[in-house]
Design a protein around this ligand. Structure first.
Ligand code: NIG
Ligand code: FE
Length: 405
């Protein structure tokens, strides 16, 4: 037997359930996957005699690797000036209607070189990784033409090659109307469906397809056309839905068996039931809720009543959620949304894995799963959500190798 690594002396929380900590546990890893885990006293003899490497985790609390299932990590510039305008009273929607907002980041992203985009996104990625993130979704959507969307998605792929992190890419060509298509939204959707998506999918740059369905984004009919195009390439879909108003996008996304519908502050019960029936995940984004000073809470009671899996993500982006801390999002989901700790932890592990839809990511410490886990310098799982700012991550293992220490 070759290539076994034993990770010993763990206080193991194999799932998001704070009740189930296995004291003095060992994880046995072979070929990047978990082959066995459990009480060290019950370690099968075969590992005791033939193990090649043994690493003590020193009694640290160990969880699955964290998953950030909704980000816009790659973009040019930032929007600190727009932040100042909003502090002076302008709303996110007003700024967007006046040609600022997403479109201002489109200008900066088109002007940036791939290396510049890579360097700025890498900084943000490293900040997320320093907090135990082992898998991340990265959207395009600030290029809004073939060349610049391709540039963004290639940068996203390169991030996954140059850092030990699983990157799932999402094509968000239908994020905003680029200025050159003003007044011609349907023509732009043609471009997205007939030119951009086919070319980018052909290059293997697209793992999923997203749409911003909103008054300042795209209509239901336009969103549906993008979903139909995605289906022609057998790509799963997801949607920015009901963020600023109730458009009915969630029900449309559910009809197309979306991986997830995201934001959802204005979602109604019919939409919640549609998500449940489709098996889609509700992705809540407390950073965006906080940063645009939203007051409408997502319908948590309804999501729980209908047993829709809930994920939590950073939405890391320059306009509505300029954050690089998934742990802070846990803290905000607890305080702002009144979510219990176990629920937010499932939101960045098991449920986030479902929303990511990546075959290599499962969000649990389980036999046969990729060996992605994090050692934390804390006593209880609640401390992941309780602190804001304290450095708690001591070691990250991804696919069986040390990814950060
Ligand atoms: O998830 N809502 C649309 N997209 C982003 C914001 C993008 C931006 O403002 O740059 C979001 O909130
Ligand atoms: Fe977003």
């Amino acid at each position: 037997m070759t290539g076994i690594t034993l990770w010993t002396h763990a206080r193991l929380a194999p799932t998001a359930n704070p009740e189930h900590i296995l004291e003095n546990a060992t994880i046995a890893v072979r070929d990047q996957r978990i082959e066995w885990f459990g009480d060290s006293a019950q370690l099968p003899a075969v590992y005791q005699s033939n193990s090649t490497h043994v690493h003590s985790l020193g009694g640290a609390l160990v969880t699955p690797g964290l998953i950030d299932c909704h980000t816009h990590l790659v973009y040019g510039g930032n929007r600190a000036e727009e932040f100042a305008l909003r502090l002076a009273g302008a709303s996110y929607e007003e700024i967007a209607r006046q040609g600022g907002g997403i479109v201002s980041t489109v200008r900066a992203t088109r002007a940036a070189s791939a290396d510049e985009l890579f360097a700025s996104a890498l900084r943000r990625l490293d900040a997320l990784r320093a907090e135990g993130v082992t898998a991340i979704e990265i959207k395009s959507g600030y290029g809004l033409n073939l060349e610049s969307e391709r540039k963004m998605l290639r940068v996203a792929r390169r991030l996954g090659q140059e850092r030990p992190v699983t990157v799932a890419t999402t094509f968000l060509g239908a994020h905003a109307l680029p200025p050159e298509y003003a007044g011609r939204a349907d023509d732009y959707i043609n471009l997205v469906c007939e030119v951009m998506l086919p070319a980018l999918a052909e290059e293997g740059l697209v793992d999923a397809v997203d749409v911003f369905c909103e008054r300042i984004g795209f209509t239901l009919a336009q969103s549906e056309r993008v979903f139909q195009a995605a289906e022609r390439f057998q790509l799963p879909v997801k949607m920015h839905a009901e963020q600023l108003s109730l458009m009915g996008g969630t029900a449309l996304a559910a009809r197309h068996k979306a991986l997830s519908a995201d934001h959802l502050e204005y979602l109604d019960e019919a939409g919640v039931i549609a998500l449940r029936d489709a098996g889609s995940v509700a992705v809540l984004l407390p950073g965006a809720y906080y940063f645009i000073r939203e007051t409408q809470l997502p319908p948590l009671a309804l999501l729980r009543r209908h047993r829709v899996p809930i994920a939590i993500a950073t939405d890391s982006n320059p306009g509505t959620s300029p954050t690089t801390s998934l742990l802070l999002m846990l803290n905000m989901a607890c305080t702002l949304f009144r979510m219990p700790v176990a629920e937010v932890l499932a939101g960045v592990t098991t449920h986030a894995a479902r929303a990511l839809g990546h075959p290599d990511v499962c969000g649990e410490i389980a036999i046969g799963a990729p060996a992605d886990f994090v050692a934390w310098n804390i006593q209880s799982l609640a401390e992941l959500a309780y602190w804001s700012g304290l450095d708690r991550c001591t070691l990250v293992v991804r696919h069986g190798r040390i990814a950060l220490d």
